[in-house]
Design a protein around this ligand. Structure first.
Ligand code: PEP
Ligand code: CO
Length: 430
């Protein structure tokens, strides 16, 4: 049992926090209206069945322990922001097929097992740099993702609505069920040795399994979905297998890091170019105090121009402090630019350059590159420029559907995955 945590009655699906020590104020607060019944909504969320089970969460940790010791590679892919409008069953089948193709590409090249993780079934909220944004010349409150407000650019739609927490839960449950069905039909689905209560337990399907992940940003969603696992004597976040803390909320003293420190899931932490060796060692000490393989994945998102200068020192510092982390490469978030149309975009050349720089940097810091984290979709979008399919900057507006950041389409994503695998081979194996 973790120190300072008093266990509730075993099996009680109680909201996580009441009666426990207060947490610091969360950054990126959603700004719920005063009288919106948040407490009641948290209570209702706390009474819902878990979306993923502690047994599944433990299964992913075991797989990630394999990655940390060089017996596997993570491929994490999906939307920047999921919406409540999608996916359809056909979308889910395509998502699963893309994950499966990406995994087999890597497995063929490297001969190691791929851990397929989706940014899916909960990736509904976005941190924002500014509380307002300009849309078509008008200043409106920023869109914070479907879990908080609506995307239509008017004051009323952008008003934070706590009932969205319940809708998010329902939507995640539906997406999970579609994914599991797509997996059961021959492709990989989320889950592991044991299925959640509402699904029949089944053996692991041959080939990769698509686990779920999202940024644990809205603590009013995450805290009530945390359950006491009496068998493991630990709190487990049951909204997703693999939560991560974002670049804007990863402060060592912040509420998000404190929250993830207290759940037993494998957790991720984004690492941007402003990180220092001292700070990352403190963060790793909080998130991985027991130095357990499979517990912590550090997701570097430096930008192609910074990765070579900043990352080696961070890798060395974490290794020196004895944390057996997995280093993942997010070559998207440090390489966002504006197309001449005004759309946010990313160039494949920068994505691939960051991958090259990442592999070299992790190796030179004495670490092992553990995987790739992409914003991508199985749909034929033109949100990012370049790659073998040759999307031009002038074509970016043609099929631009993302609810937030620009995503690689399937061809571009597979190209990046193959490039990553080749970079590992060329830099002397996994
Ligand atoms: C994201 O992953 O969509 C994101 C906002 O990333 P970061 O926290 O690294 O900026
Ligand atoms: Co993004």
């Amino acid at each position: 049992m973790r120190t300072g945590v008093s266990p509730p009655v075993p099996g009680t699906p109680s909201p996580w926090h009441p009666g426990r020590r207060p947490r610091p104020r969360a950054q990126q607060p959603p700004g719920w209206p005063e009288s919106a019944g948040l407490r009641e909504i948290r209570k209702r969320l706390g009474a819902r069945p878990p979306l993923v089970t502690p047994a599944e969460v433990a299964g992913l940790r075991r797989r990630l322990a394999g990655v940390a010791s060089g017996r596997g590679v993570v491929i994490q892919m999906g939307d920047c922001a999921e919406t409540f409008a999608l996916p359809t069953p056909a979308d889910s089948a395509r998502t699963v097929a893309l994950a499966r193709t990406a995994a087999s590409l890597v497995e063929e090249r490297l001969g190691v097992r791929v851990v397929s993780i989706g940014r899916i079934a909960g990736q509904f909220s976005k941190p924002r740099t500014s509380p307002t944004e300009e849309v078509d010349g008008v200043q409106v409150p920023s869109f914070r993702g479907d879990l908080v407000n609506a995307s239509a650019p008017d004051e009323l739609s952008r008003r934070p609505e706590p009932r969205r927490l319940l809708w998010g839960y329902e939507h995640a449950a539906r997406t999970l069920s579609l994914l599991r069905r797509a997996g059961a039909d021959g492709g990989p689905g989320p889950g592991s040795e044991v299925g959640p209560a509402s699904f029949p337990a089944r053996a692991v399907a041959p080939g990769p399994v698509l686990w779920t992940s999202h940024e644990a940003l809205i603590l009013d969603y995450e805290e009530p979905l945390t359950r006491w696992d009496a068998a493991g004597e630990a709190w487990v976040l049951c909204s997703t297998h693999f939560p991560w803390v974002g670049e804007r909320t990863r402060h060592v003293d912040g509420a998000h890091v404190r929250f993830l420190a207290e759940v037993a899931n494998a957790v991720g932490c984004k690492v941007g170019p402003g990180m220092t060796p001292e700070e990352i060692v403190r963060l790793a000490g909080i998130l991985d105090p027991d130095r357990r393989p499979g517990r912590l994945a550090l997701i570097a998102r430096m930008g192609e121009g910074r990765v070579g200068a900043v990352l080696p020192g961070l890798v060395e510092a974490v290794r020196g402090a004895g944390h057996p982390v997995s280093w993942l490469c997010d070559p998207m978030h440090g390489n966002t630019v504006r197309a001449s149309s005004g759309h946010k975009t990313r160039h494949m050349s920068a994505v691939l350059a960051e991958i090259t720089g990442f592999v070299a940097a992790v190796r030179s810091g004495g670490g092992r590159p553990g995987g790739l984290h992409l914003e991508s979709t199985a749909e034929s979008v033109t949100e990012c420029v370049g790659g073998r399919s040759g999307i031009l900057e002038s074509q970016v507006p043609d099929a631009y559907y993302t609810a937030c950041d620009p995503r690689l389409n399937a061809d571009q994503a597979l190209e990046a995955v193959a490039y990553f695998a080749d970079a590992l081979v060329n830099s002397s194996g996994v």
